[in-house]
Design a protein. Structure first.
Length: 93
């Protein structure tokens, strides 16, 4: 049964809280959705201003944190899946 997951983006000083969330079948599905969102943000250039260590926290409505994933690992997983490296794209720009 699908449930609503919330995806907060943060670092040691800032948290961008997701107040809308997204429905997913389970935590694995939520992680896949997180990877897609991070990839979309990377492609649109939104991550260019996110310097340093950023984390994506996946939680449920009651505030329970189910996973905390470094954004860099989500980007690396997307690079492995697509064969596209955001690092080489930055270097060639």
């Amino acid at each position: 049964m699908a449930q609503r997951f919330y995806f907060d983006l943060g670092n040691e000083r800032t948290t961008i809280r997701d107040d809308v969330g997204s429905r997913a079948d389970d935590l694995d599905d939520a992680v896949e959705q997180a990877q897609a969102v991070v990839e979309e943000m990377r492609r649109s250039g939104e991550l260019a201003s996110f310097l340093g260590d950023w984390w994506l926290t996946i939680r449920i409505a009651d505030g329970s944190v189910l996973a905390t994933i470094p954004v860099s690992s989500l980007l690396e997983a997307e690079e492995q899946r697509t064969g596209y490296s955001s690092r080489s794209a930055r270097l060639s720009s």
